[in-house]
Design a protein around this ligand. Structure first.
Ligand SMILES: Cc1cc2nc3c(=O)[nH]c(=O)nc-3n(C[C@H](O)[C@H](O)[C@H](O)COP(=O)(O)OP(=O)(O)OC[C@H]3O[C@@H](n4cnc5c(N)ncnc54)[C@H](O)[C@@H]3O)c2cc1C
Length: 446
């Protein structure tokens, strides 16, 4: 492939910045349509810089790469049990669902490790014809000097590292320095809307994973969010995912809270791992991996403009994360696809202006991405304003159910009064009712 134009410039039909989930999806779709695509990744290889919980959703992979299961993606286990665990200081209430819909193929989600998935995902983009350029960081943009300043390429950290293309898709992830550089958003990440998530991958034999988590065999897996005595009652949420022969355990806490309370992430994680309900699950396991990554939890509130002349932005770089549902991977992949379709359309028209690329935002609006982000636009603010959901209610649920399922030889009327008392002592009936209504409003977007 010769990418030099007549004037000796390196030129592609499209440039994608970042070979993560959004980037490789965008590159795959464009290359499949015959565009000459450069996929630029700063890591030594795709996945080298990427870290998540986590579970990845098959509906998004299938939409980008139909029939992907035949290509043997490097998944850990299907998610056949999902839900919430509510931790009190010394106990746990589980609200999870298993089997049923979750157990029917095609599975909705798979627990995955990014170090394995991302290289495979980028290989699919390469197989479609995209040209992967690893170990290369995009540091700036080249703009047309026709007065409009339309982006016509990128500057990389390589010597003579300018690469030209009429359309650039930014998929740089949460640390969206390039998006800021183009002034698509007028500020840096908001510490109050950005979580630092840290996790350990702890090795256990597959048999131990199965027996400790109640999974019948290796083709069953668990993905749960953990709330309560995880984050010291501060806005944050934990998670547990079962891999084939290991467990991923971690939590995310807002950056402003970490700074304000001078909390050390590894100390909070250590504390969480020693919780009486968590410790037996990982006992005897060996630490395989320890890492941290940011999550843009502001969603709708922190979205940049997602297009301008010659440029579109997809995935975490555009704050496309639904934190309550741990959905970011699917939004990234589908946004990458929609940006790619818009770039293909722009090529067919020979017009890469902001007006043509505005179709990308229309496409996002027609899908769950903008619809969900808009609906959940107040959710992170709701959590900031209602810390009781992080401590008071999980502890109450443990006490209430613990009481309900105990005999004690007391009349049941007294038992119910005690359960009610456990709530009124902590929060009060009217306040609790108000909290539930506020949560409903935050989730429904009213
Ligand atoms: C702890 C944790 C748990 C999570 N759990 C889940 C989950 O269970 N389910 C879910 O759906 N989502 C989850 N998420 C969110 C999900 O991981 C992200 O939403 C998703 O990875 C976003 O994909 P992306 O392609 O936008 O960005 P990324 O996957 O971060 O990819 C960005 C890529 O761009 C590269 N890059 C950045 N800057 C440059 C540059 N200047 N030049 C070249 N390359 C560059 C990076 O190296 C990287 O490869 C979790 C996140 C975290 C941190």
């Amino acid at each position: 492939m010769n990418n030099y134009d007549n004037s000796g410039k390196i030129t592609f039909d499209a440039i994608v910045i970042g070979a993560g989930l959004a980037g490789s999806a965008a590159a795959m779709i464009m290359a499949r349509e015959g565009l000459n695509v450069a996929l630029i990744e700063r890591g030594n290889k795709p996945g080298a810089k990427n870290y998540f919980g986590g579970a990845i959703y098959t509906h998004a992979i299938e939409e980008v790469l139909p029939g992907f299961m035949d290509l043997k993606p490097p998944f850990e286990r299907p998610v056949t049990e999902a839900g919430f665990w509510f931790l009190s200081k010394d106990g746990m209430m589980r609200a999870s669902v298993q089997g049923g819909k979750l157990e029917k193929e095609p599975y909705d989600a798979y627990v995955t490790l990014r170090a394995a998935f991302d290289p495979w995902w980028a290989e699919q983009a390469q197989a479609a014809g995209a040209f992967l350029i690893p170990k290369t960081t995009v540091i700036d943009f080249i703009r047309d000097d026709d007065g409009h300043g339309q982006v016509i390429g990128v500057v990389t950290d390589r010597p003579q590292g300018e690469i030209y293309a009429p359309v650039v898709i930014i998929c740089e992830g949460v640390n969206n320095l390039l998006t800021q550089k183009l002034e698509l958003i007028g500020r840096d990440l908001e510490p109050a809307h950005t979580a630092l998530a840290f996790k350990q991958v702890i090795s256990l034999s597959p048999q131990l994973v199965n027996s400790r988590f109640g999974l019948p065999d290796n083709s069953h897996g668990l993905a749960v969010s953990v709330v309560g005595d995880v984050s010291l009652g501060l806005p944050g949420m934990g998670f547990v995912y079962t891999n084939k022969g290991s467990v991923s355990v971690g939590l995310g806490v807002m950056l402003d809270v970490l700074a304000e309370y001078r909390l050390k992430p590894y100390e909070i994680l250590e504390r969480y791992l020693k919780h009486p309900a968590i410790a037996p699950l990982v006992e005897g396991g060996q630490l395989l991996e320890y890492g941290a990554h940011l999550i843009p939890e502001g969603g709708w509130r922190d979205m940049p403009d997602v297009y301008t002349g010659g440029v579109m932005v997809a995935g975490d770089a555009a704050s496309m994360v639904n934190a309550l549902h741990w959905e970011g991977t699917n939004m990234a992949m589908i946004a990458g696809k929609l940006a790619a379709e818009t770039a293909i359309e722009a090529h067919s028209r020979g017009d890469f202006s902001a007006k043509t690329l505005s179709r990308y935002e229309d496409r996002l609006r027609e899908r769950f991405i903008l619809q969900d982000l808009r609906q959940y636009r107040n959710f992170s603010k709701f959590l900031e304003q209602h810390p009781e959901f992080m401590e008071v209610y999980p502890a109450f649920l443990n006490d209430a159910l613990g009481g309900f399922f105990s005999a004690y030889g007391k009349p049941k009327r007294q038992l119910f009064q005690e359960i009610l008392g456990a709530l009124t002592d902590r929060r009060g009936i009217f306040k609790a009712a108000g909290d539930i209504v506020s949560m409903g409003r935050a989730v429904m977007g009213w």
